[in-house]
Design a protein around this ligand. Structure first.
Ligand code: HXC
Length: 260
């Protein structure tokens, strides 16, 4: 982008809010956590690797934000529950949960073992179930906002992405079911479907040659990759009280990729 637009969000818009971010040590999820901390939230980052978590939390706190971390593999329901409880014990009722931990690789079905398929379903779909389901007792209600991270593969078949497509399609429907079941208690549940976001592991795993990169840019109507900040700003709006009437919605933030 050539110009940096003026920030339309108030600096105190998430002041005092408690945010739990799975997959929060890198990529889009860390981008969201960083933006939330800039706007006054405390963020608890969760992932499998402690060194990455320490570095991510340090980056946020060095910039003046409030961050800590808990180590958990989202496939492990008990570890997820313990991480959520730690966040709750330290900071109080949880206002926002971002479920973003994901695993992915390119593999055609004929070269994908049952375990390979299951691994991505376990991380993405079961992991999202574990995070959202176990957050339920610890959420502020009314007012909590849950956000899952989906992907364009959920609604558009992509070659070598059967595992990720199935997992993310499941996340879309889980998002809608939870919105339906928990809406009456003032808990909103939405999902964001980021397209190809620059400088992320997810994009570099899928776009691994210059030829693929060129072909991809032709498919994206706005003609460029997305920025982490663009996902973060959508998440910021969805987490805020200004989005109080939005639940059960899946938001494409992909430069129009899914139109093609
Ligand atoms: C075929 C593969 C494979 C590959 C792994 N497997 N990589 N099969 N092609 N390239 C198979 C293995 O052979 C094994 O099956 C099974 O998957 C589990 O592999 P492990 O390495 O034991 O699993 P694990 O250590 O748990 O690692 C999980 C992982 C790994 C998903 C495989 O890549 C990972 O940890 N990724 C996390 C980071 C990541 O992927 N980030 C990108 C997410 S972004 P067998 O049968 O041999 O036992 C994203 C959104 C992108 O998802 C959307 C953009 C539009």
């Amino acid at each position: 982008m050539t110009d940096v637009p003026t920030d339309p969000f108030r600096d105190d818009m998430l002041k005092g809010r408690v945010v739990f971010v799975s997959g929060g040590s890198s990529g889009v999820n860390l981008g969201v956590a960083t933006r939330f901390a800039e706007k006054g939230a405390h963020v608890t980052l969760v992932s499998r690797t402690e060194e990455k978590l320490i570095a991510a939390a340090d980056t946020i706190t060095s910039a003046g934000g409030s961050a800590d971390y808990a180590v958990a593999d989202v496939r492990d329901a008990e570890a997820v529950r313990a991480a959520l409880e730690l966040c709750h014990e330290r900071h109080g009722l949880i206002d926002v949960v971002l479920s973003g931990a994901a695993g992915n690789f390119l593999a055609p079905v004929n070269k994908l073992s049952s375990n390979g398929f299951r691994t991505v379903i376990d991380i993405d779909l079961i992991g999202t179930y574990n995070v959202l389901k176990h957050s339920y007792d610890l959420l502020r209600r009314p007012g909590a906002a849950l956000i899952s991270i989906s992907a364009p593969q959920a609604v558009r078949p992509m070659a070598e992405q059967s595992h990720a497509g199935a997992a993310k399609a499941g996340i879309n429907m889980l998002t809608k079911n939870l919105a339906l079941e928990w809406g009456g208690e003032g808990i909103r549940v939405n999902a964001i479907s980021p397209g190809y976001i620059a400088n992320t592991e997810g994009t570099s795993r899928l776009i691994d040659t210059p030829e693929k990169s060129e072909a991809l840019l032709r498919k994206i109507p706005v003609g460029r990759l997305g920025e982490k900040t663009e996902i973060a700003d959508l998440a910021l709006f969805l987490a805020s009280d200004r989005a109080a009437y939005i639940t059960g919605a899946i938001f494409d933030c992909d430069g129009g990729l899914t139109l093609n």
